[in-house]
Design a protein around this ligand. Structure first.
Ligand SMILES: Nc1nc2c(c(=O)[nH]1)N[C@H]1C(S)=C(S)[C@@H](COP(=O)(O)O)O[C@H]1N2
Ligand SMILES: [Mo]
Length: 499
């Protein structure tokens, strides 16, 4: 049933897939503690975990319906129809669906009933002592057996798997958008905010690249199927409390004076020492200029950005209009945004966690007030505002690593976007805090690498701790906090053994 619907949805849009719609509905209903648990447990595999769970539940349901059908075919059909109603509602509730998008679910239900009919017929014949002529007109001919039923079930399953696989590669919207992305040539930036200085990278084994390659860049979002938007179909509407409401299309955006900047994105769910953080070179148009053109009215204090698939973020208007480089980005590390990272257009904003600023697949900006509108994660228990907390991390040695005695090199990263890092200190066991060597700073909005040499390391277990200071001399807080509701804090430590 799912498979037929999935297959049919390939001809419409992925949003019409009941499978994705159900998953998305589950995500939307997830309380913050569960989201946090899922990310903590499965990391960026959280979506895979959800799919597997849905798959297991669907298989159990199918088995139940099968058992029920043996007693009453009519009741089994009622259950299938009820399921279709639930799934159809989930599809209809998505932001990017219309009436036609219900079709795959309906086809799926019809196919489900058809397959059930066929299988019960096979089973009816297979059941020992089935009274002759007890089944309906299209009763199987004599000689069908339990083997036929099992073969039939296996064939249905195989067909389902095949249809799902084929439909994913066949999806029409996907192919169009992929071709458009491939053909896209981004214009060069008119301005470089700053050239990358020499010496931002510390080359020590275990250190991350200063620029995170796109395929390694962390991905966090609520989109079960990555939106596939053809740039020629994209537009951004800017409206709400503005003097000049307008709509911008992709060609118009590309004709603007694009700028290039380096910026480190961070997820609010990143635990102390975690890796939900990445640094890239972004190409885009300053949101400040876009908002200047729209001319916000007095009293407005927030911009609600909404994505193609209905996610939203609330960003203080002030942050988008001051002189920091908040961008409507089209390029990431020299190529068009990857689909997973928001193709064709997303926001990136220095100093704020992604959930309140970095809307991917952005299609709508509403200038409004915090008291009037509430964004996606805020309605689910996360803070209305999310400035990034100053943090530092030990990347090497890893926890539980074994290192040779003598000289141990510790290395890592620290970040305080918009303020910059001025100092990093390391403590071994309960010794004194010592200044680490800092790599060059690229911009105030990027992370900064550091290294510290510990000479005279004696064999045994040891603890390394790190803490940072921002440019104003403020020390990173040692107060431990979990990610919910506005980001983790506390000093990162690792335990390693010297051989
Ligand atoms: N459309 C959309 N944009 C989104 C999100 C989302 O769920 N949907 N998640 C946000 C969050 S929580 C983060 S941390 C960043 C992550 O961006 P990345 O996946 O490119 O690293 O995207 C933000 N933009
Ligand atoms: Mo996030």
């Amino acid at each position: 049933m799912f498979a037929v619907a999935q297959f049919a949805s390939a001809f419409l849009s992925s949003a019409s897939s009941p499978f994705f719609a159900l998953g998305s509905a589950i995500i939307d209903l997830t309380p913050p503690w569960l989201k946090d648990f899922a990310i903590a447990t499965f990391g960026t595999n959280d979506k895979l975990a959800l799919f597997v769970s849905i798959g297991i539940v669907a298989t159990l349901l199918a088995a139940l319906i099968g058992v029920l059908a043996k007693r009453s075919f009519a009741w089994a059909c009622t259950v299938i129809v009820a399921l279709a109603v639930v799934l159809g509602s989930a599809v209809a509730a998505r932001a990017s669906t219309g009436a036609l998008d219900i079709v795959p679910t309906v086809l799926g239900a019809i196919a489900g009933i058809g397959i059930l009919r066929w299988l019960t017929n096979l089973a009816g014949a297979a059941a020992p002592g089935a009274p002759a002529g007890a089944s309906s007109n299209n009763a199987p001919v004599a000689g069908t057996s339990r083997r036929d039923f099992l073969l039939g079930s296996a064939a249905s399953l195989a067909a389902a798997a095949l249809a799902t696989g084929v439909s994913t590669s066949l999806s029409a919207t996907r192919n169009m958008a992929a071709a458009a992305r491939k053909a896209l040539r981004l214009p060069a930036a008119r301005t470089k905010v700053k050239d990358l200085p020499q010496g931002v990278q510390i080359d020590e084994p275990g250190m991350p690249r200063f620029i995170t390659p796109n395929p390694d860049f962390y991905r966090i979002d609520t989109a079960l199927s990555v939106p596939q938007i053809d740039p020629s179909q994209w537009s951004l509407r800017i409206h709400g409390m503005v003097e000049n409401e307008f709509t911008l299309n992709f060609d118009e955006l590309m004709a603007e004076e694009l700028v290039e900047t380096y910026l480190t994105l961070t997820c609010v769910s990143n635990p102390v020492g975690g890796d939900l953080i990445g640094n890239a070179k972004w190409l885009g148009y300053p949101l400040r200029k876009l908002l200047e053109r729209a001319a916000p009215q007095a009293g407005a204090d927030m911009v609600l950005s909404t994505s193609h698939d209905g996610f939203s973020a609330s960003t203080p208007l002030e942050v988008l209009t001051d002189d920091r480089m908040a961008l409507l980005a089209v390029g990431m590390n020299g190529e068009p945004l990857p689909f997973e990272h928001g193709f064709p257009v997303r926001m990136v904003v220095p100093g704020l966690y992604g959930y309140v600023s970095a809307t991917k697949w952005v299609v709508d900006l509403e200038v409004t007030r915090f008291q009037d509108k509430t964004a996606y994660w805020t309605t689910r228990g996360w803070s209305e505002r999310g400035p990034i907390k100053m943090s530092s991390r030990i990347d090497t040695p890893r926890s539980f690593a074994k290192v040779p005695s003598g000289e141990v090199v510790l290395g890592g990263t620290a970040w305080a976007q918009t303020r910059g890092i001025s100092r990093v200190q390391v403590q071994i066991d309960d010794g004194p805090w010592e200044d680490a060597q800092l790599a060059e700073e690229a911009t105030l909005d990027t992370w900064r690498q550091w290294r510290h040499v510990w000479s005279g390391a004696r064999p045994g277990m040891h603890t390394g701790r790190v803490r940072a200071y921002d440019a104003s001399g403020e020390l990173q807080t040692s107060d431990r906090a979990n990610p919910v509701p506005n980001g983790a804090s506390g000093w990162h430590q690792v335990q390693f053994s010297v051989e």
